[in-house]
Design a binder for this molecule. Structure first.
Ligand code: CU
Length: 180
């Protein structure tokens, strides 16, 4: 009987690893949604969790593609929903919503997800940086006159090399003839 109790106690310890995942809060839904592609910029970001939120331990940060924080209000908490209101209209581009909240058992839950603003009425996002990133560093990107100059210089060097090699051989032949 005692052995059985011991086995049961051991089993209990094994089955109870400090933090049962089901006790933790989780992001249930959000607006904008994860990976959303919006044709109109949102004025707010709203997250709904599976547990009631603690206003003292709820953080939501919106960042742009350059990881700059987008100015926004402190999260307004209503039960399990937290909403930040953006202070400026968003331009086109990829944004990241990062959140950090506390579960009822006191453990922190954090995560992040992206969404994209692609308003056809706004200028395209980061065209200059995209162009810079796309520019190849190979000779294929060189303007035609530069390429032509490089080819000409190559031909000149090759023919100079051939000339010196030839004249060197001729000179060697001549000295050999003079000696002989
Ligand atoms: Cu926990």
């Amino acid at each position: 009987m005692r052995r059985l109790l011991l086995a049961a106690a051991t089993l209990l310890v094994v089955l109870l690893p400090g933090t049962p995942a089901w006790a933790h809060t989780a992001l249930v839904t959000s607006d904008p949604a994860r990976d959303a592609r919006l044709t109109a910029a949102p004025a707010a970001v709203s997250l709904v969790f599976s547990q009631k939120l603690n206003p003292d331990f709820t953080t939501i940060v919106l960042s742009d593609a350059a990881a700059r924080r987008v100015p926004a209000s402190a999260p307004a908490i209503a039960d399990a929903r937290a909403t930040i209101t953006l202070e400026q209209p968003l331009g086109n581009g990829v944004y990241t919503v990062a959140y950090r909240v506390v579960s009822l058992d006191g453990h922190t839950v954090q995560g992040a997800y992206p969404f994209t603003v692609a308003d056809p009425a706004l200028p395209a996002a980061g065209r200059a940086s995209e162009a810079a990133a796309a520019a190849p560093d190979s000779s294929a990107g060189l303007p035609a006159p530069v390429l032509a100059g490089l080819v000409a210089a190559g031909i000149l060097l090759a023919s100079l090399g051939a000339y010196f090699a030839l004249s060197g051989r001729r000179r060697a032949a001549r000295t050999r003839a003079e000696k002989g």
